[in-house]
Structure formats: C-alpha cells, structure tokens
Design a protein around this ligand. Structure first.
Ligand SMILES: Cc1ncc(COP(=O)(O)O)c(C=O)c1O
Length: 384
C-alpha cells in the first residue's frame, strides 16, 4: 500500500500477517514455553516465552503501530505495565501525577513504591500551569490519565508535553490511555513519551482477559522496558495476547457505538431531577468539552454522575439496575455500574484523593440504547 493505512485497517492487520507455514489468517496461539535451537544461540528469534513469544510479538507490534510508537510491550495486567514504567526510575526520583487516577495505580505508588524511595505528588492536571508548578528538580516522570478515572477530567496532553519538552526535556510524560484507547486519542503523536494501557478494558473489549501494555516513543526506553519485562517476568500468556489482538480488530466500531450509547445515557441522566451532576467529556456540561473535541475523536463510553441523595442513594441505585451489572472493570461489550469510593478506588479512602462516596460510574456497553435507558429509569423509580 502506498499511503499509510487508516486506523481501522491497522486495527485488523498491524503486526499480523497470515502464518507462512499454514496460511492461517488469524495469528496462531503459540502455546510453547521454549524453542528448539539449531546450535547454542542459533535460533529463529525466540528462545523462551518470558523473553518473547510470537503471539505476544504480534500484539506488541500492533499496539506500537496503533499508538504511533517505536515499540510496544505487553504485560500480564495494566498494573504490571504501570509497574514496568515505574521501574524506569531510581530511589529518590519524584513522580508528579494527576490527582484523579485509577485507585490501583495510587495504591501501587503509595503502598509499594513509596516504600522504595520514590516520591509522589498529585495535582489537578486540567490546570496545566498549576500542575507543572509542582515539578521538582528530582521529578523524572509525569503520570497523566485523560479522561481520568472516575471523574473524567481531561488534561491537554500536547500543551503539557510541549511545556515539559521546552523546560525539562529529561522528564518523561506518561499517559494512561486506557479510557480513550488509541482510536480516540494518540498521546505519543501529541508529544507524550510513554503510553500505558490496561488492555483488560476497551482494547480486548469483551471482559474475558486481564492484560496490560506500554508503548514508547524512544527506542532506548523500549530497550530498558524489554529488559525489565524479561527480568521481572510479568508477561501475558499467548492465549491472552490472542484475545487482545482479536478484540482490537473491532475497536473502532465498538468505540463509536460505546460513545453513541454513552451520549444517549448522558442525555437521559441530564433530564433526571435526582441527579446533581453528570461527568462526560463530550457534553456541554463538561468544562473541558472543547479540549475533548480537539484531543479525542469522541467522548468514549465512560460516564459518572452524582445523585441528590448522596452516598446512600448512590449505593441503592447501583444495586437496583438489572442490565447494568454491578461490577468492577469497564470497556467490555456489556454495561457495568459501580461505586468507585467503595470499589475501584477504595484505596483512596481517607486520603486527599478520596472519591465522593455518592459518585456512580457507568461503563456504557453496546446493548440497545433504549434498553439501557429503560434500566436506568426502572432503577430511579425503584430507589425513590
Ligand atoms: C485507567 C486504568 N489504568 C490501569 C488499570 C489497571 O489495569 P488492570 O486491572 O488490567 O491491572 C485500570 C483498571 O481498572 C484502569 O482503570
């Protein structure tokens, strides 16, 4: 092909070509831990599956192309991917993170790495200048989530990356792109250095696998991460890599429909008298809607809201839906509902990052929008 293929084409083909030995169109699941060598160190590129596996290589190459990076690395979970990026740092280094972030990342930072001499601070990244004023001489990494989990705040990846590049080029800007996926936003092309994913979510898309990934701009960083991936060993198995690869093939159509359904749900929620606030990036009520429209292809499938009745009403509501399953995680074809303060973000309790206990988070799935609205309506009527 002469011109660069479109995203939809890459989602189906990048890193994958029919198996040369059989013609199999789908990437085989190379369920082998080791590889026969012709002589010591003479092999076909694979020695041991912690170091490299052909199914994993296909996924890694696919992710690198989709994010516009020089290399991708697959991990056993999003947390393992976060852990690998953190391992790039040295004791004494400082990480500046956005103050609204996945509770598991906060737990890893505060309850694991802070014990090994890493220093963290948190500030709202939506205010670029205020955020960057928190940089210290020992800052080595900026950790961003946009849209953030669970408040769906946005930050301007290009503006932050540009300021950091101009003033402190040695600091890595890392974006957790789990909520947006590369179909909606490509942080590396906006100037970031590192992208992290929980592939458990939209990339795999069917709630049947736990996985993670890191994609980087610089080959040198990729080399260190590959060393860490092999040394630490938090790698995904070939079956899991296959499932993520398969999920990615339909990512663009799924993300478009997630966003369409989310907008219908948001419009419905905005009309409810019991609701105090709805959080959705591509909605006039979002203070950064213009940034969302510039930085993201659409608003995605995540929606949060608060209820007039506060924490008690929120707890009753999440237990009253039927189609929206009460469950952690997000990004699958099925709709989910949860209470972040008590579930995904319980680790932030009693800290400055604590989540409003009245906040409800929805992962809007691909069911008929009318059924989703009807389910929310019956939950409102049962809880009032
Ligand atoms: C934004 C975000 N990043 C990272 C993770 C961690 O991913 P995993 O559960 O695959 O370890 C999650 C999990 O919910 C998440 O929501």
């Amino acid at each position: 092909m002469k011109t660069k293929p479109g995203f939809e084409t890459l989602a189906i083909h990048a890193g994958q070509s029919p198996d040369p030995s059989t013609g199999a169109v789908m990437t085989p699941i190379y369920q082998s831990s080791t590889y026969r060598q012709q002589g010591v160190g003479r092999h076909l590129g694979y020695e041991y599956s912690r170091t490299g596996n052909p199914t994993r290589s296909a996924l890694e190459a696919c992710l690198a192309e989709l994010e516009g990076g020089s290399a991708g690395l697959a991990f056993a979970s999003g947390m393992a991917a976060t852990d690998a990026v953190t391992h790039l740092l040295e004791p004494g280094d400082h990480i500046l993170a956005s103050n609204d972030l996945y509770g598991g990342a906060f737990r890893l930072f505060e309850q694991v790495y802070a014990r090994y001499g890493l220093r963290y601070s948190y500030a709202p990244a939506s205010n670029k200048d205020g955020f960057l004023s928190q940089l210290r001489p020992e800052t080595k990494l900026i950790w961003l989530e946009t849209p953030s989990n669970p408040y769906l705040h946005l930050c301007d990846i290009a503006a932050i990356s540009k300021s950091v590049e101009a003033e402190k080029p040695d600091i890595w800007v890392c974006v957790d792109n789990t909520f947006a996926t590369p179909y909606l936003q490509q942080p590396l092309l906006l100037g970031a250095d590192i992208v992290v994913h929980s592939t458990t979510k939209y990339l795999s898309g069917h709630s049947d696998v736990i996985g993670g990934a890191v994609v980087v701009k610089e080959a040198k960083v990729a080399e260190r991460l590959a060393f860490l991936q092999n040394s630490v060993g938090a790698v995904p198995g070939p079956m899991d890599c296959f499932l993520v690869l398969r999920g990615i093939k339909t990512l663009p159509v799924r993300m478009d429909r997630h966003a369409e359904n989310a907008l219908e749900v948001v419009d419905f929620l905005a009309e409810q008298s019991e609701i105090t606030r709805v959080y959705y990036p591509n909605h006039p009520s979002h203070p950064q809607q213009a940034l969302g429209q510039a930085q993201m292809r659409n608003g995605g499938g995540m929606v949060s809201f608060t209820l007039k009745g506060g924490a008690e009403a929120a707890r009753r509501f999440v237990e009253a839906t039927e189609l929206f399953a009460l469950a952690e995680s997000l990004g699958g074809v099925e709709s989910l509902i949860e209470l972040p303060a008590a579930m995904t973000h319980a680790s932030t309790a009693n800290t400055a990052l604590a989540i409003d206990p009245g906040l409800v988070r929805l992962s809007v799935g691909l069911e008929s929008a009318s059924d989703l609205r009807a389910d929310l309506a019956q939950a409102f009527s049962r809880t009032n």
